[in-house]
Each structure stands twice: as structure tokens, then as C-alpha cells.
Design a protein around this ligand. Structure first.
Ligand SMILES: Cc1ncc(COP(=O)(O)O)c(C=O)c1O
Length: 438
């Protein structure tokens, strides 16, 4: 593989990237192992973000690498439309077992965005199949990120991701976000203030009537917008209201699934039963693109009562791709054999202390943490939102650490395999960079 500096950077139109700035001073990664990337200069880069939240078991995990290698030589591709291959079924059983039987069925996609759009479509088709075809409204939340498909964008709540693309889906409404620095700054875990914001669903129901609402979708912990942790009791209240009004509750677990909060899913952490969960990222440890929608038994049962024939007119050429299935099966084994969640739990207090040790540093207006996630919110430079955190991101990379920024928030989400020395390295460098910011 060509892993030297490319001859030209011109042709690749990079996603969610300031292309001109990047191409003027590129950051190129050429290999990865364990907790570190290597860049094109040969420098070790500590991975403070598990890639894009997607490598819980660490990079180049030998078992996962071997499983993908073996599968590509054996079954490079097999359709799953009116056909099948064993590993897709094996994986589905294992995933359902991983939820302790709380979910009955899984639908494969190739990304988080596709998982979200799939779950929204299942919600609409479910209500229609049971004779409540008036339930077509979808409810998202301000500041939410649900990927980049038209469904996910529409229920999403980040203005910059929406405003360029016209009216989006009709019949979508949004709950308010729960971020409140005045009440909740510098909280460890779930903040005290804000459970009442779930009651805004009652207002939306009063406006549109429950008989028009199909589903509510929320990230249990909102990640991409900058790590917003749900107030105590908020998600339980949302669950109660959805049940009361016959509305499906979808948890978008694309970043919280597979251990980010030190439990298999956020649903386990908060002890809530959503009706569907969307997942991706950590499902294959980031090695092969894959997403999955987990569905409760009763939803699937509804579709299976239809007259004989195709029950759900939906799917992707690569739904259940053999390489993705091999990677996901191996990932589940690694989680179990290496007790990844136990390790993550054992690191959590040290991680949390390290984050909150940044209190008092220049420009830091909030520190928040849950599981192995952290959000560090900086005071924006007047008139230049996002500039200060972007500066921090570039300085951290120059210092050998990969972080992620959104607006003026630095989000950290390392592989769950990290050790204390990695936490020390990350926060040692971060403290230095924060002290040096303009
Ligand atoms: C909560 C959530 N949903 C959906 C997505 C979209 O996933 P993908 O980029 O795989 O399409 C993301 C990506 O970060 C996410 O965080």
C-alpha cells in the first residue's frame, strides 16, 4: 500500500473538512496499532478519539484483522436479498444475545446514517402495518446528530448540517436540547437540572396530536454536538411519555453502543428500554463499515403478520456484507475475551479525575464526563465561533494527540483499551495546549 505522502491532495473532496485549510497543511495518518496512529512523518499520535468514536478495542486488533483477512479469501461478497450467508445469521444471534434478549431482531446497514434512516422507515411502516397510517411525524431534538441522510438530517438539530439542504422532510418537530451551562457546568456524570425538558413532548403532542406521531429519536448522550449528557431522570420521562402516547422511542446509539459508557449500550447504562436502537462504528471496531438497527420483538412481529411476501421494502446491497459480519463477530469475541468493559470501568474514575483536573485553566467554561467520554467547552473567541477549539485541535495534533472538536467543544472518546499512562499523556499535553491558547 502507498503509505507515503501522496503526489497530490487535489482530487479528494474531503468530508466534514475545511478542505482548503487541510490541504495547505495536511495531517496524514499511515498506520495504526493499539492506542496509537503513526503519521506520514513517522510520529506516534495518541488516539484520543478512537478514530471517529469507532475503535473501542484498539487499532489493528489481531483477532479482528485475522477474521477479515480470512473472510475476504473465502466469501468476498454474498447478497442478502432473497439469499443469505451463515455469518450474517450468526452475528444477528450474537448481537441479540449481547442485548441480553432485550431486542429480538437486527437489520444491517453500512453506516450510522443508514441505520437512522432505516429505523425511521421501520417506525413509519410499523404504524402503517398496524392500521395507524396517520402516525407519520418524526420527532428529533435540537443539537442532535443523526447522520447525513435526509431522514437523519431532518430529525437532526445542528443548524449548520441542515441549512444548506432545503426544506428537508415534512412533518418533523424537535424537542429542546438539554444543555445548560448556568445550571449544570462542571458536572460529573448526569447533571441535576433539566429532566422537565422531556415534558416538552407533551407540548408537541398537544399541538399535533399523538395519532400523527410515529417516533421520537434521541442520542442518549449527544456526541457530535459536543458531549451533552442527559439530565437525571430525563430519558426515563421520555420513555414514559412515548409509552403513554403510543410513540416509538428510538435511541441512536451509534456512538454510545459497544461500550462507550462502560456498558454494552447506553440503554443498559440508563436502564431504559427503547423500542429500537441504531448502531454502527464500534460494531466492527471501525474496520469494515457496518451499521445495525436493533428492533424489539413486537415490531418485527407486526411485519410478519402481513400477507406472504416481502415484509419490508428496504435494504442495501451491502446489508450484512461478509467482511463486516466477520469483523463484527470477532469484535464481540474480543469484547468478551479481553473483558473490554471491565477494563473501561476500571479506568473510568482515573479518566474522570483527569478531565476535571482541567478546571480553572484559561478559557475552560465547562468540563463534562460520562463513561469514557469527555467534553471540554471553551469560551469562544468573540466573533469567531469555533476558532479557539480548532486551534487547540491543531496544536494537539502537532503535539502528537488526535482530538476532535465541534464548535468550541473538544470531545474526547479514546479506545476503551487505554491505560493510565495514556490518560496522563493526553491530559498532560492538553493542559499545556490549553495554557498556551490565545
Ligand atoms: C449519533 C450518531 N448517529 C448517526 C451517525 C452517523 O453515522 P455515519 O457517519 O456512520 O453515517 C453518527 C456519526 O457520528 C452519530 O454520532
Amino acid at each position: 500500500m502507498n503509505q507515503t505522502r501522496p503526489e497530490s491532495l487535489a482530487s479528494f473532496w474531503m468530508p466534514f473538512t475545511n478542505n482548503r485549510d487541510f490541504k495547505a497543511s495536511p495531517r496524514l495518518l499511515v498506520s495504526a496499532e493499539g492506542m496509537y496512529y503513526k503519521d506520514v512523518e513517522g510520529r506516534a499520535i495518541l488516539d484520543g478519539t478512537a478514530g471517529l468514536w469507532c475503535v473501542p478495542c484498539g487499532h489493528a486488533q489481531p483477532k479482528i484483522v485475522a477474521a477479515v483477512r480470512e473472510m475476504v479469501g473465502q466469501l468476498d461478497f454474498a447478497p442478502t436479498f432473497q439469499m443469505g450467508h451463515p455469518s450474517a445469521f450468526d452475528l444477528a444471534d450474537k448481537l441479540m444475545a449481547y442485548t441480553n434478549g432485550r431486542f429480538g431482531h437486527v437489520f444491517y446497514t453500512n453506516s450510522g446514517s443508514e441505520a437512522v434512516d432505516t429505523a425511521l422507515k421501520i417506525a413509519l411502516a410499523y404504524h402503517r402495518a398496524r392500521g395507524e397510517g396517520t402516525r407519520t411525524r418524526l420527532i428529533g431534538r435540537e443539537r442532535a446528530y443523526h447522520g447525513v441522510g435526509f431522514g437523519g438530517m431532518s430529525v437532526g438539530g445542528i443548524g449548520g448540517n441542515r441549512k444548506h439542504y432545503g426544506p428537508l422532510l415534512p412533518g418533523v418537530d424537535h424537542l429542546p436540547h438539554t444543555h445548560n451551562l448556568e445550571k449544570n457546568a462542571f458536572t460529573r456524570g448526569e447533571p441535576e437540572y433539566g429532566a422537565h425538558l422531556a415534558d416538552e413532548l407533551e407540548r408537541i403532542v398537544a399541538l399535533h396530536d399523538a395519532s400523527t406521531i410515529a417516533a421520537v429519536i434521541v442520542e442518549p448522550v449527544a456526541g457530535s454536538t459536543g458531549v451533552l449528557i442527559p439530565p437525571k431522570g430525563y430519558l426515563k420521562r421520555l420513555r414514559e411519555l412515548c409509552t403513554k402516547h403510543g410513540i416509538l422511542l428510538i435511541f441512536d446509539e451509534v456512538i454510545t453502543g459497544f461500550g462507550r459508557l462502560t456498558t454494552p449500550f447506553a440503554a443498559d447504562y440508563f436502564d431504559i428500554e427503547p423500542d429500537m436502537m441504531t448502531t454502527a462504528k464500534g460494531l466492527t471496531n471501525g474496520t469494515v463499515p457496518m451499521g445495525a438497527v436493533f428492533s424489539k420483538q413486537f415490531i418485527h412481529d407486526t411485519f410478519m403478520q402481513a400477507p406472504a411476501g416481502i415484509e419490508l421494502f428496504h435494504g442495501y446491497t451491502y446489508s450484512g456484507h461478509p467482511l463486516a459480519c466477520a469483523a463484527a463477530l470477532a469484535t464481540l469475541e474480543v469484547f468478551e475475551e479481553q473483558k473490554i468493559l471491565d477494563h473501561a470501568k476500571s479506568m473510568q474514575p482515573y479518566w474522570e479525575d483527569a478531565i476535571h483536573s482541567l478546571k480553572g485553566l484559561p478559557h475552560v467554561i465547562d468540563l463534562r464526563s460520562i463513561g469514557l467520554v469527555a467534553g471540554i467547552e471553551l469560551e469562544p473567541v468573540a466573533g469567531k465561533p469555533g476558532a479557539r477549539a480548532y486551534d487547540a485541535f491543531k496544536k494537539m495534533f502537532a503535539d502528537g494527540v488526535l482530538t476532535r472538536v465541534t464548535g468550541d467543544i473538544i470531545a474526547l472518546s479514546p479506545p476503551l483499551t487505554l491505560e493510565k499512562q495514556h490518560i496522563d499523556e493526553l491530559f498532560g499535553k492538553l493542559e499545556k495546549v490549553l495554557r498556551g491558547l490565545d
